[in-house]
Design a protein around this ligand. Structure first.
Ligand SMILES: [Zn+2]
Length: 452
């Protein structure tokens, strides 16, 4: 039997930069190759040498389209990789939206922080011509002894758990796992057979509110905004969160026909991603499919205004209140949300909502942790608006969901935890040891582990 070895080069002791190398004898299989995000030092890491030679990789599999999982894939091609990237069709399409946007932001950031632009448009195009679309549950051979299957991770459209069978062992990569009862995607698939499980732990220490409380919290901020005749600014991730929020608002507007508050979707990237959601309706959950049978466009309603052009985005400033603005990026690291924050944060009547996990070092993290002000170009902007966060709109499983997913395995040899903050990982590891009695380890970046 060939020897199995796992080395993580990202999302080990941190939440970004997912990148795991599985060696099966001479065969080198890479799972994800994501961007490091957060602080300027983290961005700096993106251009550094890989801990492996991309030219020697035999195959790459991508779990899902979030930037911290797909962001460095073009760099593999820039540095010599010539093979395929296996993933679901929806993931390949959403990844292109995410990577195109990131290429633009990367160039902006390169000027601001004097960072190099780490890959070119031609590297991006090389990646786009090497997607290998795989359906869920399709068994895919990589050679006579290695094959894999993708299962639904219930995280964002097209997201996958990867089950690799090689050298007589089953190795499961969770990718990012979804929370239960999300507005659009299906619930996560449960698996039972595994020797090794590489599991995410983003919310390994916390529980989310339930779906009714989540929707009610959003709508209560909407109502508060209307009472104060002010502005609600929602910082959304273009993929999944935007579509989730639109669907909740769509439901509300359809049942409250006298409600006329305009909603501005001020994110061209979110508009592109929404089109892909519409294209892959078969991947949505039962209730979303039923809504679609009734209302052909669950992401659109009479008072929704899409502002693709920059002038339209700027014109929102002078639109009368009350109004709701959805803009990205989701952690306020760039994009149109910044000029809206500069405009609306200083007014105490306004509300600002963040809808998911905020990586340390991002503006979203500062603001959700009580920052009094922030820098915007050469100005210091005071924060007087009410800032709130709704974790339950995060596409991530919470501690209960993660434990439930792991509990379905018949005692794996080892659970390996990654994709979590370094102070959260030990908490979740203890929880697994106590409640599930599974052997569990925290991944360390760069150190090879023999899977025997
Ligand atoms: Zn993700």
């Amino acid at each position: 039997m060939p020897a199995l070895k796992l080395t993580s080069y990202g999302a080990a002791g941190e939440v970004t930069g997912s990148c795991h190398l599985l060696q099966i004898g001479d065969f080198k299989l890479l799972i994800d190759c994501g961007f490091f995000q957060g602080s300027p030092e983290n961005y700096q890491k993106n251009g550094e040498k890989f801990g492996f030679n991309p030219a020697q990789l035999n195959a790459v599999i991508l779990t899902h389209a979030h930037l911290d999982h797909c962001g460095r894939l073009p760099l593999l091609y820039a540095r010599g990789y010539t093979g395929s990237v296996y993933t679901t069709e929806a993931t390949s399409q959403l990844s292109q939206v995410v990577l195109d946007d990131n290429f633009f932001i990367m160039k902006e950031r390169a000027q601001k922080y004097k960072l190099p632009v780490i890959y070119t448009l031609s590297d991006l195009k090389k990646l786009y011509s090497h997607w290998q679309a795989i359906d869920y549950y399709q068994n895919q051979k990589l050679n006579n002894n290695i094959n894999f299957t993708l299962h639904d991770a219930g995280h964002i459209l097209g997201s996958a758990i990867i089950e690799v069978k090689a050298a007589g062992k089953t190795i499961i990569f969770s990718g990012d796992l979804g929370a239960k009862n999300m507005p659009l995607v299906k619930d996560v698939d449960y698996l039972s057979e595994a020797d090794y499980v590489i599991c995410e732990a983003t919310y390994g220490n916390r529980r989310h509110e339930g779906a009714p409380q989540r929707n009610e919290k959003l709508l209560s901020v909407v109502k508060k905004t209307v009472l104060k005749n002010s502005t609600l600014l929602i910082s959304v991730f273009a993929v999944e969160r935007t579509q989730d929020v639109l669907q909740v608002l769509n439901d509300y507007y359809e049942t409250h026909l006298d409600w006329r508050v305009p909603v501005y979707l001020d994110s061209p990237m979110a508009v592109s991603a929404t089109r892909i959601y519409n294209h892959h309706r078969e991947l949505l959950n039962y209730s979303a499919q039923q809504d679609l049978a009734r209302d052909n466009d669950i992401f659109n309603f009479p008072h929704l205004k899409i502002t693709n052009q920059l002038e339209q985005s700027q014109a929102i400033n002078s639109a009368p209140t009350p109004k709701i603005i959805l803009a990205g990026s989701g952690m306020a690291e760039g994009g149109r949300i910044l000029h809206h924050l500069a405009r609306y944060a200083p007014d105490s009547r306004n509300n600002i909502l963040f809808m998911g996990y905020q990586v340390a070092g991002t503006l979203g993290h500062h603001l959700t942790h009580g920052a009094f002000d922030f820098h915007y170009f050469d100005n210091i902007i005071p924060v007087k608006a009410n800032v709130e966060q709704i974790d339950a709109f995060s596409a991530h499983a919470d501690q209960n969901d993660l434990l439930e997913w792991l509990r379905h395995f018949k005692k794996p040899r080892l659970v390996l935890l990654g994709h979590g903050d370094k102070n959260i990982l030990p908490i979740f590891k203890d929880k697994i040891s106590r409640e599930l009695k599974f052997d569990c380890q925290i991944l360390t970046s760069g150190s090879a582990l023999d899977l025997i």
